[in-house]
Design a protein. Structure first.
Ligand SMILES: [Zn+2]
Length: 585
C-alpha cells in the first residue's frame, strides 16, 4: 500500500513497463538502467524492466531487429550500424528499434532527451531531469548520426589519482557521460606508428642501413623518430609485412569485427629521406602516402574490411600528387601544426582529393591553457559552428583533443556531442535552454559572467574580476533548485581555481613553491566536481614550472604513493567552504 501511494498511479505511461529482447550486459545493461531510473525520477512512478520474446501488449519495447526483418525496415537497415527508429502512437506502445545494440542505446538516450532529460555535464549531480506527468510521445522517426565517428579525449587521459580517487569515480562519470550523449561510432583510429614499427624491426633496419633515411649525406641511426628511405622497395616490403602482421593479429582477435584498421602514421618531426630516388618523389607527402598506398593495396588482398589510417598533418599536411587507395582513411588536422594552407583551404584541397575524410581538431588544449577560459572563436557557441561546417564539407568523423574540464570546455563539449549527431540543431536555443535549466533564475547573470570571463580583449585578471563581480550581485533571494545550486557552486569553484592559477602565473621566485602548492592542493580538493582537469596541471607543475623541485618531492603524481607526497592530506571542499572562499575573492 505504501508503495502504491509513493509511486502513484501506473496508468498512462506505457503501463510503466520496459521490455527488451537483448541480453542485458555491460554498457547495454547500464543504458537500460538509465532508462528505468530516469523515467522514475521524471514521473515519480515505478517502472519495471524485463525480458520478452515479442512486442505484444502495452509497454516500452527496446527491440533489436534481425537481419531477416530488413525488408520490413529498409530505411533503417540502410543505416543499421548506429541508426534506430522511435515509434509510438502516443498511447500504448513505445518502440525503440535498431539492428545493432549501439543503435538501441542511442535510441534509449534519444527518447530520454526528447522527454527533456539533459546530461549537460558529467556526473548524476549534473543531470537535468524534468518533472513529467506523462512520458508518452507520438512519434515515428528514423535517426542516424551526421558523423559516423564522434570522439574526443582529454590530453593526459582521464582525471586520475589513486590516492584521491581510489575507485576511479571521476573517470566513470566521464565515460557514462559519453555514452549518454551518444558518442562513439564504428571506427577506432590510432596515431603515430612508425616508432613502434622501427623498434620492432630494429635488427633488420640496422642490418640494412640503406632502409634508413639519408639526411645531410648520411644514413640516420635507428633512434627516436628516425625516418626511412621510403623509395627503397626492400624497405617497403619490410614495412608492409609488419603492418600485415598487425592486421592478422586484429583479425584473429576479433573475427567478426566490422573493420580492421592499422595506423601507418609517421612519427613526429623532421628527417625525411633526401636520397636521389626519394627526392624524385618530390614531397614528404608523396613519400608518406606512397607507403600508405602500398600497405593499403596489400590489405585489400587480405580483406575488404581492412583499412590503414593516417593523419594529413604537419610535414605531410599537403595532398600528394597521386590518388589515394580507397581503403586509406585520412584524418585531416587543419587548424594547427601545419603550413600547407589555411584551414578551410586545406579541407577543400583534401575533399577534392578524397571523399570519406575524417577530421582531428584541438579544443582548449590544456597543455597550452591549463583550463583557463577560451576566448573569441573558441568560445563554445562559436566553436560549435565548426561542426556544421565539417558536415557541410562532407567530413565523416571527428576526433577532438581537449580537456576534462567542465569549467573550460563543458558547454562546448556538450554542444559538440549534440551537433555531431545533428549538425542542424539550433545552437542558440540549445544554449539558452542549457543556461535556464542549469542556473534557473540566475541564467542571464551566469551567461553574462561567462561572457565576461571569455572576453579576449582584456587581461585574464580583468576578465575574472568582472565575472566574479556579476556573481557578487546575484539576487540572493532567488529560489533555486538543488541542480541550479550545484551548477552555481561548481562555477564558483572554477573561478576560485582561475584565481589560484593567475596567482601562480604571476608568482615571484621567492614564493613560487608556496603558490604552486596552493594551486595543486586546490585542484585536488575540487577533484570530484570535474571543473578542472588535474593531470595537465600536475604535469605542468612537476615538469615545466619553476617549482618543479618542490613539486617532485611533495606532489609527484607520477609516484602517487611516494612517502613525502601530500595527496593523502587533501580533503574535498564542501559547498559551504567554496562559498566562504568565494566571498573573500
Ligand atoms: Zn630514400
Amino acid at each position: 500500500m505504501l508503495c502504491f501511494v509513493l509511486w502513484g498511479n501506473a496508468k498512462g505511461n506505457y503501463a510503466n513497463a520496459i521490455y527488451t529482447n537483448v541480453e542485458a550486459k555491460k554498457h547495454f545493461s547500464a543504458a537500460l538502467d538509465d532508462l528505468k531510473n530516469h523515467l522514475e525520477s521524471a514521473t515519480g512512478e515505478r517502472f519495471t524492466l524485463s525480458q520478452a520474446d515479442s512486442i505484444v501488449g502495452e509497454g516500452i519495447f527496446v527491440w533489436r531487429l534481425k537481419r531477416a526483418d530488413s525488408a520490413d525496415y529498409p530505411e533503417l537497415f540502410e543505416v543499421r550500424e548506429e541508426g534506430f527508429l522511435l515509434r509510438s502512437d502516443g498511447k500504448k506502445k513505445f518502440q525503440i528499434l535498431a539492428f545493432s545494440q549501439d543503435g538501441l542505446m542511442h535510441g534509449i538516450y534519444t527518447y530520454l532527451d526528447t522527454l527533456g532529460v539533459k546530461w549537460y555535464f558529467p556526473g548524476d549531480e549534473h543531470t537535468f531531469i524534468p518533472k513529467l506527468k506523462s512520458v508518452q510521445l507520438k512519434i515515428d522517426k528514423r535517426y542516424h548520426p551526421d558523423f559516423i565517428m564522434r570522439t574526443y579525449f582529454g590530453s593526459f587521459g582521464f582525471p586520475k589519482n589513486v590516492v584521491i580517487d581510489k575507485n576511479g569515480e571521476v573517470e566513470a562519470d566521464w565515460q557514462r557521460w559519453n555514452r549518454r550523449n551518444r558518442l562513439g561510432g564504428q571506427f577506432i583510429l590510432r596515431g603515430h606508428s612508425w616508432n613502434d614499427f622501427m623498434w620492432k624491426n630494429g635488427k633488420v633496419l640496422r642490418a640494412n642501413p640503406h632502409y634508413m633515411a639519408l639526411v645531410k649525406g648520411e644514413r640516420v641511426k635507428v633512434a627516436t623518430a628516425s625516418k626511412f628511405c621510403i623509395s627503397d622497395t626492400g624497405f617497403q616490403q619490410l614495412f608492409v609485412n609488419h603492418m600485415l602482421k598487425l592486421l592478422n593479429e586484429q583479425m584473429e582477435k576479433s573475427p567478426n569485427a566490422k573493420h580492421y584498421i592499422v595506423s601507418v602514421e609517421p612519427s613526429d618531426g623532421e628527417g625525411f629521406c633526401t636520397c636521389p630516388n626519394c627526392k624524385q618523389l618530390c614531397s614528404v607527402s608523396n613519400q608518406v602516402y606512397l607507403l600508405a598506398n602500398e600497405t593499403a593495396k596489400a590489405f585489400a588482398e587480405v580483406s575488404p574490411k581492412a583499412f590503414v589510417n593516417l593523419y594529413a598533418y604537419n610535414r605531410h599536411a599537403a595532398t600528394p600528387s597521386f590518388s589515394i587507395e580507397p581503403n586509406v582513411i585520412i584524418q585531416i588536422i587543419p587548424y594547427k601544426f601545419q603550413k600547407f594552407a589555411k584551414p578551410d583551404e586545406m579541407i577543400k584541397a583534401w575533399s577534392a582529393k578524397k571523399s570519406d575524410l575524417f577530421i582531428y581538431d584541438y579544443y582548449g588544449l590544456p597543455t597550452i591553457t591549463l583550463d583557463a577560459p577560451l576566448t573569441k572563436h573558441m568560445v563554445a557557441d562559436n566553436y560549435a559552428k565548426r561542426v556544421k561546417r565539417w558536415r557541410d564539407c562532407g567530413l565523416k568523423g571527428i576526433t577532438l583533443e581537449t580537456t576534462y574540464s567542465t569549467g573550460a570546455v563543458g558547454v562546448g563539449l556538450y554542444l559538440y556531442c549534440r551537433l555531431a549527431w545533428n549538425a542542424d540543431e539550433d545552437i542558440k536555443s540549445t544554449v539558452e535552454q542549457l543556461y535556464r535549466n542549469c542556473y534557473g533564475k540566475h541564467a542571464d547573470a551566469i551567461w553574462q559572467s561567462q561572457k565576461a570571463l571569455s572576453d579576449g580583449n582584456v587581461s585574464q585578471r580583468q576578465a575574472l574580476t568582472k565575472a566574479v563581480e556579476v556573481l557578487k550581485n546575484l539576487d540572493e533571494k532567488a529560489k533555486l533548485s538543488d541542480l541550479n545550486k550545484t551548477y552555481l557552486i561548481n562555477y564558483k569553484a572554477y573561478l576560485l581555481y582561475l584565481h589560484q592559477l593567475y596567482d601562480f602565473n604571476s608568482a615571484q621566485q621567492k614564493n613560487m613553491d608556496e603558490k604552486a602548492e596552493k594551486l595543486i592542493e586546490f585542484v585536488y580538493s575540487i577533484f570530484y566536481r570535474k571543473v578542472v582537469h588535474p593531470n595537465p596541471v600536475a604535469d605542468h607543475l612537476l615538469l615545466r614550472s619553476k617549482a618543479k623541485t618542490y613539486i617532485s618531492t611533495y606532489w609527484n603524481y607520477t609516484k602517487p604513493k611516494q612517502k613525502e607526497n601530500k595527496f593523502k592530506t587533501v580533503r574535498q571542499l564542501t559547498d559551504d567552504e567554496i562559498e566562504a572562499r568565494f566571498a573573500k575573492l
